[in-house]
Write a protein that binds this ligand. Sequence first.
Ligand code: AMP
Length: 345
Amino acid sequence: MTANPTATATPTTGAAAPAAPGVSLSGFKPTGHLHLGNLLGAIAPMVRAHRRTDSVVFLADLHAMTVRHDPGALRAFTMEQATTMLAAGLDPDRATFYVQSQVPAHTELHYLLECATGYGEAHRMIQFREKSATQRHVRLSLLTYPVLMAADILLHDARDVPVGEDQRQHLELTREIATRFNGSYGETFVVPRAVHPEVAARVMDLADPTAKMGKTTSGASGTIFLLDPPDLVRRKVARAVTDSEPTVAYDPDLRPGVANLLEILAACVGGSPAALAADHPSYGRLKAAVTEAVVGVLHPLQSRYAELSRDPGYVRRVLADGAQRAREAVEGTVFRARQAIGLLT
Ligand code: AMP
């Protein structure tokens, strides 16, 4: 799950002021190794944005438990993703960077919001229907995680939430829950609204360029992971699907494989995919340029990752500090919700 809401509201009651105006919020689910799509489509734009605005970035480990999971792998991926994001330039002095489960306000607000959500509303979610159809043992958390997502957003008083198509229904649910809660118990939450996300790179699978590059799309061969060594990157790019046309040209509809390579190159070195096509007239030259560009982007990240991994205590301290800041930032929202719904405060 990732959303980049912009918080613009100030609370009227409660302890601490929550997110300052213009704060953007992003969540990453630690279910696998981060890949080039995550870097170019989400992490790099986020790092650029947090030079301009305050950001809240969290690792959504609670969302990683809605389907069968391995506890050791979850812990390892959480640390790996935290380390990778710091290595990619996330600045913990500018962004409040934390692990969701270390800020109990997420789960506390989740429960309070469940008390304002109908079973039928949750059951209607398309993602629940699709994902539950593939599970033998369907966890209750698969049904309720959109309510946790509502808590993630409402905690930070986020107003403008850039969401892709796949998350639109969940944001609508968040709006319904917030509106109902406010109507029943008094003004408590900022009701967020969906806005179009900024156009970011969309990296496709190298082996199947009609599918988004992902942790589990075509297996490992079509996905460049951020910690892949240069030789492996070279082999994956060399095997990338192109087509049988004799020359390189940028045509995303008819030639998705070649277009994907050109877009990756453009995202790494700048310039437009169409102009880069003219500069790299053969597949050999294009693939060599893509390899060099990707390895060039990954090299500093991997060096920094190696340094940070030698000091896991530092990464844990960054996360603990971020969790402390997040707890202070959101306590006002939880206070308002507890008070409104009738709990002793
Ligand atoms: P996920 O790992 O799918 O939860 O995604 C984390 C973030 O990375 C989200 O903002 C996604 O939109 C982004 N992302 C994931 N895969 C890609 C991709 N292939 N191309 C661009 N952005 C992606």
